[in-house]
Design a protein around this ligand. Structure first.
Ligand SMILES: [Zn+2]
Length: 106
């Protein structure tokens, strides 16, 4: 990929790690209810380098970019493996039924 972002694109993806306190769940089980995890700003993620939460502004940007990246990966995988979605599974089952397994022997 060779997109040009101008001379200095200064917002690299920061490596993130699962929050060690809430284990990525974004909340902690309290006695009576769930409490938002304040170790990771209730995101489930911390800076992999420091183990600390990212500032909210940075966090939002990082998560947004990761989500976008993941979405694009999912789209790519769907294109590469057209036989894996629920719709095509239905079609495969349908095909199997019509062809092989419905032999009635008349
Ligand atoms: Zn957490």
């Amino acid at each position: 990929m060779n997109r040009s972002h101008g001379p200095s694109f200064r917002a690299p993806l920061i490596p993130l790690d699962q929050c060690p306190v809430c284990l990525g769940k974004t909340f902690i089980e309290g006695v009576f209810h769930q409490i938002a995890c304040n170790h990771c700003n209730a995101s489930g993620w911390v800076d992999a380098a420091t183990g600390q939460a990212l500032p909210l502004e940075t966090l939002a940007m990082q998560l947004g970019r990761r989500l976008r990246q993941s979405d694009e990966e999912v789209q790519q995988l769907r294109r590469l493996m057209p036989g894996r979605g629920p719709q095509s599974q239905y079609e495969q089952n349908n095909r199997r039924g019509a062809g092989a397994s419905n032999f009635t022997g008349d």
